[in-house]
Design a protein around this ligand. Structure first.
Ligand SMILES: Nc1nc2c(c(=O)[nH]1)N[C@H]1C(S)=C(S)[C@@H](COP(=O)(O)OP(=O)(O)OC[C@H]3O[C@@H](n4cnc5c(=O)[nH]c(N)nc54)[C@H](O)[C@@H]3O)O[C@H]1N2
Ligand SMILES: Nc1nc2c(c(=O)[nH]1)N[C@H]1C(S)=C(S)[C@@H](COP(=O)(O)OP(=O)(O)OC[C@H]3O[C@@H](n4cnc5c(=O)[nH]c(N)nc54)[C@H](O)[C@@H]3O)O[C@H]1N2
Ligand code: SF4
Ligand SMILES: [Mo]
Length: 740
């Protein structure tokens, strides 16, 4: 069946709308939708290569179950699979309490699914252990916005990229991770060559190549840099006194704090010269409008929330927020990381930007669900904490959906041990095998992109709806239906929705009167207009491109807050044993753990395999040339990768993309090295910094990535076969081995 239809790209948080032609078997053409506000006709190679992800040989089409992890999976029907899970869940809950259960989801689940999870686990099972891979991604931004501005929610919109005089890109590789926004920025710069683009990143990325000013900050040095900048802005009189007086709190403390900092120390930690910092301060003070775009370079740190606060401080100091072309704009990674935040998937949240530990918030949600007293006041376990609790046996069962933690979580040896100890692992995915489905007891087939209706929110608060384009393969079901059916299997009321529209319309009722008010974006309206930007409080409201234009912030006194934040060291520093800093991240052609982009030949040709990027000075010291095999070790694991010698990474630092997991080469993923240290408030892991050592693997020891044991296997194989014969007919085992 051939169709032509529109859909939202299931990859990054830009939220491009795509026009798809062809069938699920053969998508013949993908184009960007000209009228779409996010992408205006643009798209990137990943969006263009969605076709090959649909009818793949490894698509999961039926539920599968095994009664022991030693057994192979057996296909079964939905009723049996859900009944099996339900019996275990009920018994575990009765025996160990609701906190023995957990749901680990994703920013790639649609909002109706996330809402269903919140209602089921938090509202009905009394279990706040629902979290998301957004904990590895956006948790620091959520905590940063909340503490500085009073609520989560990016205040800006994509049009601000065209309107800003100065665009500061910090800890974001826009060119590879949000390519359509990067294209928009380049187009804007062509129209207005005077527009300034500044990039702050320890690696000279393709984004940095396009900058007017590039500051190679030392890894982890952002807070020191932002404080040095703040100090310099004070010195050159860039303070917007009227804004500070009328709309902020805590400026005097912040100013004293900045003045008490030693400028030389700040510069030393940031690894930058005084002139680089003063050049940037000059440009900020001259800019009529100043916009920051930031992503994982700020968030994926044990002080990610503080990095966010430090950046927001500069926007408050200069009054660069709450006006077109200005503001601190946290870019979301996944297509619906925003929806997860809005609908209460994170362990501390409830729908409508509410919090589980606020009594009023709980009461409102319980009242709406007709379940007084049902929600626990204790925030649940966050992503990394869940896996620690599994290993300790405190958590017994985990339901994983739309994420592949056996590749994407830090410290994978620990993650694998944790999953092996679980009494029940349910994995809801579109494919099998993945690194995580291989460790499951039950796998449930989810209908992927294109095979279901979809509602999500992109980085600029734009709610988007897209239709089902293709029939779901086999027995695959939309994610929300799987969870609603499970709730009904448990015998719970309130999950007998007839359509995704009914779930959505129920959810938006819980956003009424909140900052993320979507109550005017009803399903009927969304179907008609496809896009609406929240807040959208009534059915005739046109939607809101920018927050805080009235400069009233959602704090008790309506003022935004200056938060003085000190530089803190990353949790694990290089030393004599592990002298290099490892940073990890993404490549343009691939999406996360490769379950989809590895199916597209064009993308694989562009990035066929993993590597470690290393500076020429370090490479020379270690005797490494391009392509040589390098062994990387941290305190948690060892992997082997070919070297890519490039000046773009600073000496003392190496970069490894995290896309390739065990299915590509066993035991060789970047996350076997990374550290599971998490921040105090945001609980986000430090995926951008740990200490590693590097050794050249001698050609003779050879072998490929993944242990490099080729020759050794031959050697041991020969010995083993000789001893097999000896074991069969016992006798002497040969000549003395060592001649001394
Ligand atoms: N092609 C592609 N695009 C994607 C994704 C994908 O998998 N592939 N994933 C999506 C998702 S979920 C996300 S979260 C986003 C992530 O998007 P980005 O955050 O832009 O991507 P990353 O490569 O994780 O890291 C960004 C940059 O942070 C820098 N960095 C490392 N340490 C520091 C530091 O201490 N300070 C500063 N200032 N910078 C530092 C790295 O060098 C890197 O260039 O991308 C989204 N888009
Ligand atoms: N070292 C290091 N590690 C990182 C990062 C890093 O920068 N460095 N970044 C972190 C960040 S920001 C993120 S967001 C995570 C991402 O990491 P993951 O979330 O683990 O990555 P994905 O490969 O996107 O996993 C999505 C899973 O959902 C499945 N899937 C696809 N479509 C559907 C569907 O419609 N329904 C369901 N149920 N499943 C579906 C896919 O097959 C895949 O198994 O990685 C984190 N890990
Ligand atoms: S920029 Fe992001 S949303 Fe747009 S096509 Fe590329 S991956 Fe998809
Ligand atoms: Mo992410």
């Amino acid at each position: 069946m051939s169709v032509v239809g529109e859909s939202i790209c299931p990859y990054c948080g830009v939220g491009c709308r795509l026009r798809i032609e062809g069938s699920a078997e053969h998508v013949s053409r993908v184009r960007g939708v000209e009228t779409a506000p996010a992408n205006r006709g643009l798209l990137c190679a990943k969006g263009a290569q969605l076709g090959p992800t649909l009818w793949t040989a490894d698509r999961l089409t039926r539920p599968q179950l095994r009664l022991s992890r030693c057994d192979p999976f057996r296909a079964t029907d939905w009723d049996t699979a859900l009944r099996f899970i339900a019996e275990i869940v009920v018994n575990l809950r009765n025996t160990y309490g609701p906190e023995a259960l957990a749901f680990y989801g994703s920013g790639q689940l649609d909002t109706p699914t996330v809402y269903t999870v919140a209602k089921l686990f938090k509202g009905c099972l009394g279990c706040n252990n629902t979290d998301s891979n957004s904990r590895l991604c956006m948790a620091a931004a959520v905590a940063g916005y909340r503490s500085s501005l009073g609520s989560d929610g990016p205040p800006c919109c994509y049009d601000d990229i065209d309107l800003a005089d100065l665009v500061l890109i910090i800890g974001s590789n826009l060119a590879e991770a949000h390519p359509v926004l990067f294209d928009r920025l380049r187009a804007s710069k062509r129209r207005r060559p005077e527009q300034q683009v500044v990039v702050i990143d320890p690696r000279r990325t393709p984004t940095a190549e396009a900058a007017d000013l590039y500051l190679p900050v030392a890894p982890g040095g952002d807070i020191a840099l932002l404080n040095a900048l703040g100090r310099q802005l004070l010195r050159i009189g860039a303070v917007d006194w009227a804004f500070v007086a009328a709309h902020t709190r805590g400026f005097d403390e912040y100013r004293h704090f900045l003045l008490s900092q030693e400028p030389e120390e700040l510069l030393a930690v940031a690894g930058l010269s005084a002139s680089a910092v003063s050049q940037l301060a000059e440009r900020i003070s001259r800019a009529g409008t100043f916009l920051s775009l930031y992503c994982m370079g700020l968030n994926q740190s044990t002080v990610g929330m503080w990095k966010n606060n430090s950046l927001i401080n500069l926007h408050l100091l200069t009054g660069q927020i709450g006006k077109p072309g200005a503001g601190p704009f946290s870019l979301t990674g996944q297509p619906n990381a925003m929806g997860g935040r809005e609908a209460g998937l994170l362990a501390h949240q409830l729908p409508g930007y509410r919090l589980v530990d606020h009594a009023d918030d709980r009461r409102e949600v319980e009242g709406y669900w007709g379940r007084p007293g049902s929600i626990s006041p204790r925030p649940g376990l966050t992503a990394v904490e869940m896996f620690r609790a599994l290993e300790k046996g405190q958590l017994k069962a985990i339901w994983i959906a739309g994420t592949n933690p056996a590749v994407s979580l830090p410290d994978l040896h620990h993650v694998r041990r944790a999953l092996q100890r679980a009494a029940l692992v349910v994995v809801q995915d579109a494919y099998h095998p993945t690194e995580t489905t291989q460790l499951a007891d039950v796998i449930l087939p989810a209908a992927p992109w294109g095979e279901k209706e979809w509602i999500s929110t992109n980085s600029e608060r734009m709610i988007g709806w897209s239709p089902q384009l293709f029939p779901a393969l086999g027995e695959a079901l939309p994610d929300w239906q799987i969870l609603a059916r499970f709730a009904q299997t448990l015998g719970l009321r309130g999950f007998d929705w007839g359509s995704v529209d009914e779930v959505w319309d129920e959810f938006i009722g819980l956003t009424r009167g909140r900052l993320c008010d979507m109550s005017g974006a009803t399903s009927t309206r969304l179907r008609a207009v496809t896009n609406l930007q929240w807040p959208c409080p009534s059915p005739d409201h046109p939607g809101t491109p920018r927050l805080y234009l009235d400069r009233r912030f959602p704090t008790p006194d309506g003022r935004a807050v200056f938060l003085p934040r000190n530089h803190q060291e990353p949790r694990e520093l290089p030393d004599h044993e592990f002298p290099f800093v490892l940073t990890t991240g993404r490549l343009y052609a691939h999406w996360h753990t490769l379950t989809r982009t590895a199916k597209a030949d064009k993308l694989v040709r562009r990035s066929p395999g993993p590597f470690v990027e290393i500076n020429p000075l370090d490479a020379a010291r270690l005797g490494l040339a391009d392509g040589d095999l390098v062994q990387l070790s941290s305190r948690r694991g060892t992997i082997r990768l070919p070297a890519r010698v490039r000046p773009g990474v600073s000496p003392g630092m190496v970069f490894v993309p995290f896309h390739w997991g065990d299915l590509f080469a066993e035991g060789n993923a970047a996350n076997y090295l990374t550290i599971s240290a998490i921040g105090r408030v945001a609980k986000q892991p430090e995926l951008k910094f740990c200490a590693v050592s590097l050794e050249k693997v001698a050609a003779a020891a050879g072998g490929s990535a993944g242990g490099g044991t080729g020759d050794l296997t031959d050697l041991l194989g020969a010995i083993r076969s000789r001893f097999q014969a000896a074991l069969a007919s016992p006798g002497g085992t040969g000549q003395p081995l060592c001649q001394t």
